[in-house]
Ligand binder design. Structure first.
Ligand code: NA7
Length: 879
């Protein structure tokens, strides 16, 4: 690997030509000997690095060493929940079930340890308690609870996402004199519940898996449920024949497909939208998910179920109906039905006979929402209404997920910074792999990586390969430290949060959000963009010379700063979908066909939100009537009025073309929106559209009251070329002494007749509005000699005295810079301006209501800014 392409070598390393740095005891120390630790040791050894792993357990296995409770199984099919790095290993191991039991998975991991002779580099029954970075010697000093102290160049936390059980936060928890068990720390010899009265607290996956088996033995089982979970039958049995057949046919292709998939295993991805699908299609898909018994089946019934509440409710209703069909007692069935959060926003479960267990006479459900636990007592559990004497309590109360194990070790990075302090407001990582200030510290499946939302086996293998390949690359290039830059890390955190924000998941109190641990910061912890997208990002980082990392060593110091993902996730998907359609560029079609295509695409868009009422009409234009459509909010009027002009490069569309956007603006700004058509190029060239827009504005202002508006509270606005017209007529209204405008709203406006701005170069290709298309629009609309006329290029007009203005720009828009210039120009002349930056947006994404969900935040910000500005005293600068 070459030193960073495009990177900047800024300094020579102090010891680069000298005797070299202190040699550490080991190249690598690994914490954990589960899936991650085992594969790390194997790969590190093969690459010639010395390595040692520590684990508090007495043997290998990680989560499968500890979680020995009855019924513990994986809930990804075991055909997929296994290592894929060695075809021989795969060939020699045969799983007996679709979802293997904990003992079978543990035997597999023991087999892996034996086969690759890994135990000789693992220290068991030993916890790493502290790790301190020595910045002078470029190494980590690692200490253990056995009193060992060892130095290493690289330190890898392979400590698992769900490995630190959460202490039950229940009053009186230490008082109980009977037997206490934690599902995550189950006795190795097993537990016989025969003849005993057992309480189980917690109904997550561990509770749901164990309760039916505990009920087979115990004399009495009382389940204390705080939040019901969505669970579907696992339908366990032999490994799925279709997956076995696909693996037998082409193992490598199957494994590659897993890595190119959203969840880390091959799975059919549907395009069926729950919100719009026919009833019989819905029914078939819902029943199919219930019958199939796979988690990704439940979370992927409909393409929109994780972003659209109505679609999600279809899936939730299906599970609730099934629960009601299984559980005999309607009151118990209702208590088992999750109703307070969308399905999939807490980790759903797979079960075997879970709901039917509540039909057994000796099993009782206690709904803690109705009768909360007041205290654990010496003899049992007291709720607000009752006392429950029991012989044993099983706590299935979950884990300090994703960060617990990482901050559980006292890790101190550069300048005495501890990881706990660095993450006090929530974890901050680059790619979920590293954190700034902690050189040479890697995390396997850390927060900010797909991890718990994916097939962990695939997530782990990919991380281990990234880390070990990175170490080999560093060694080859003469570096001995690597650390993310603050900018790269902040950019990744933003991307992780942006991806989550599109979905319903951050709205639910779940361990994905850290909500199950009192006092833990609420941050969406895993990366929800998918294994495939995540791997793309990792590959791009490496391909671009370790983008976002600083590397140092005898080769010097190379800082290759940058952000790997700046575009909003849904904008990226939109652009890819448009690419896949391979539509001819509009500018090659001629105006009539371009209009046809434009109209066809507009017709496919979701309708946008409901408004109070919509009416169509005409108003007098300079050469004939102009059609308009009026949107009135459902709230009591009168309302401010927004006179709106549609986008389409002065050539395409009409007063209804931006229907979803106009509805959205009406709702968000609580305004009557009057969308007025105007004459289009090339038939009617500049300044026909301006003249029409001017006449329309005058008419709307004169008729504000009839339109349901407040006289004198008229705003002008538009999108793209429509925003150009809005800006122009606002200047004209100022010059003519009226109409008085409360504000103007310019969404991605054209303000300048040149196509020279840097944003044209950066975003001129591949983002729907291209530089070529924009040139065609200009050429069709306006002679080159007219383009410096302020009626074409309002940026060149006089900006003083314009009404308060909201300018919205999109980061990936050829028009971005002229929008920015207009906002800056207005502000420089004292016009009150709010510049709303559509971070990660493209020109066409901001108005795509209910298609690009991230655009809603931008429109909301613009609407709030408009309300705030329009409410400022008007004698400031309006004439
Ligand atoms: P989970 O999924 O975190 O479930 C823990 C359960 O314990 C959940 O029902 C909690 O209710 C409940 N809980 C936690 N604290 C309390 C208190 N104080 N009182 C009553 N109930 C409580 O952990 P699991 O071990 O089941 O599963 C973890 C993951 O492991 C699983 O998703 C798979 O990925 C494998 P709450 O929902 O917080 O109201």
């Amino acid at each position: 690997m070459q030193a960073g392409t495009g990177g900047t070598t800024v300094a020579r390393h102090p010891g680069s030509d000298g005797p070299g740095l202190d040699a550490p005891d080991l190249d690598v120390v690994v914490v954990g000997a589960g899936f991650s630790g085992l594969y790390l040791l194997h790969r590190l050894r093969r690459l010639g690095f010395s390595a040692r792993a520590y684990d508090t357990a007495g043997d290998v296995g990680g989560t499968w060493y500890w979680n020995r409770y009855p019924g513990a199984r994986c809930d990804i099919p075991t055909t997929d929940y296994a290592f894929s790095f060695d075809p021989e290993l795969e060939a020699e191991w045969t799983w007996t079930e679709k979802y293997a039991t904990q003992p079978e998975i543990l035997s597999y991991l023991r087999h892996v340890a034996d086969r690759f002779d890994l135990r000789r580099d693992i220290v068991f029954d030993t916890a790493v308690t502290a790790a301190r970075w020595d910045d002078g010697r470029h190494l980590w000093e690692v200490s253990t609870d056995a009193g060992d102290a060892v130095t290493c160049r690289w330190y890898v936390m392979a400590s698992g996402c769900l490995s630190v059980p959460k202490p039950p936060d229940i009053p009186g928890v230490d008082r109980f004199r009977g037997d206490v068990y934690f599902t995550g720390r189950w006795p190795h010899e097993g537990v016989d519940f025969t003849g005993r009265r057992v309480a189980v607290v917690g109904t997550g996956s561990s509770g749901i898996q164990s309760i039916p088996l505990i009920a087979r033995q115990a004399e009495q089982v009382t389940v204390f449920q705080r939040t019901p979970n969505f669970s579907i039958p696992a339908r366990n049995g032999p490994p799925p024949p279709e997956r076995l057949a696909a693996l037998a046919e082409d193992r490598e292709a199957y494994r590659a497909e897993a890595r190119r998939s959203r969840g880390g295993m091959p799975y059919e991805v549907t395009e069926v939208m729950g919100a719009t699908a026919d009833e019989d299609v819905r029914r078939e898909r819902l029943e199919g998910a219930w019958q199939r018994g796979e988690l990704f089946g439940l979370t992927g019934v409909f393409a929109d179920q994780n972003v659209n509440r109505a679609s999600n409710a279809l899936v939730a209703d299906m599970v609730r109906d099934k629960i009601r069909g299984i559980v005999d007692d309607p009151a118990v069935a209702e208590a088992l039905c999750p109703t307070t959060y969308p399905v999939g926003t807490k980790r759903p479960c797979l079960d075997t006979d879970y709901y039917a267990t509540f039909n057994l006479p000796h099993v009782r459900l206690v709904d803690l929402r109705r009768q909360p636990i007041t205290s654990i007592t010496e003899t049992g559990i007291d709720t607000a209404d009752e006392s429950f004497p029991v012989d044993a309590i099983v706590y299935a109360t979950g884990f300090d997920a994703m960060t617990g194990a990482l901050v559980g070790v006292d890790i101190t990075g550069r300048d005495g910074l501890t990881l706990r302090d660095h993450w006090s407001a929530g974890p901050s990582t680059y790619l979920g792999l590293m954190s700034e200030g902690f050189p040479n510290l890697f995390m396997i499946t850390g927060p900010g990586s797909p991890s718990v939302l994916a097939n962990m086996a695939v997530a782990i293998e990919q991380h281990v390969e990234f880390v070990t390949d990175a170490l080999a690359d560093l060694r080859a290039a003469g570096y001995d430290t690597i650390e993310p830059t603050p900018r790269a890390e902040a950019g990744w955190n933003q991307h992780v949060a942006d991806c989550a924000a599109i979905t319903l998941l951050p709205g639910t109190d779940s361990w994905y959000m850290g909500a199950n641990v009192p006092g833990k910061p609420r941050v969406f912890l895993p990366y929800i963009g998918g294994v495939d997208r995540y791997i793309d990002a990792c590959e791009e980082v490496v391909g671009r010379g370790y983008l976002g990392f600083t590397r140092s060593g005898r080769a010097g110091t190379t800082c290759n700063d940058g952000v790997v993902r700046r575009m909003q996730y849904d904008v990226m998907l939109l652009l890819e979908a448009m690419d896949a359609l391979a539509l001819p560029p509009l500018e090659t079609l001629g105006a009539p066909d371009a209009r046809g295509l434009w109209a066809a695409m507009s017709a496919m868009a979701p309708p946008g939100p409901d408004v109070g009422d919509i009416a169509d009409g005409t108003l007098p234009g300079p050469t004939g009537p102009l059609a308009y459509r009026r949107y009135r909010p459902a709230t009591p009027g009168p309302h401010p009025v927004l006179c709106y002009f549609h986008g389409g490069g002065w050539m395409l569309g009409d007063q209804t073309a931006d229907d979803p956007l106009c509805r959205d603006l009406s709702v968000r700004t609580d305004s009557v929106v009057v969308s007025v058509d105007y004459r289009h190029a090339p038939e009617a060239r500049f300044p026909a559209a301006v003249d029409d827009a001017r006449a329309a504005l005058d008419w709307v202002a004169d008729h504000a009251e009839e339109l349901g508006g407040i006289p004198g509270r008229v705003t002008v606005g538009g999108y793209s070329a429509g925003a150009n017209l809005a800006a122009v007529v606002a200047q004209q209204a100022r010059d003519a002494g009226g109409p008085h405008l409360a504000a103007q709203l310019l969404l991605c406006p054209v303000t300048d007749g040149t196509t020279e701005h840097p944003s044209y170069v950066e975003n001129g290709e591949g983002k729907m509005l291209t530089a070529g298309l924009m040139r065609w629009f200009w050429d069709s609309y306006c002679d080159p000699s007219d383009r410096r006329d302020p009626r074409a290029s309002p940026l060149l007009g006089r900006l003083e005295g314009l009404p308060p203005t909201v300018v919205v720009t999109a980061e990936f828009d050829p028009l971005r810079d002229e929008g920015v210039a207009y906002a800056e120009g207005l502000a420089a002349t004292g016009v009150p301006v709010r510049h709303v930056v559509g971070r990660g947006q493209a020109h066409t994404s901001i108005p795509m209501v209910d298609v690009v969900i991230s655009g809603a935040r931008v429109r909301q910000e613009a609407a709030e800014a408009l309300r705030a500005l329009a409410d400022t005293p008007m004698d400031v600068a309006t004439r």
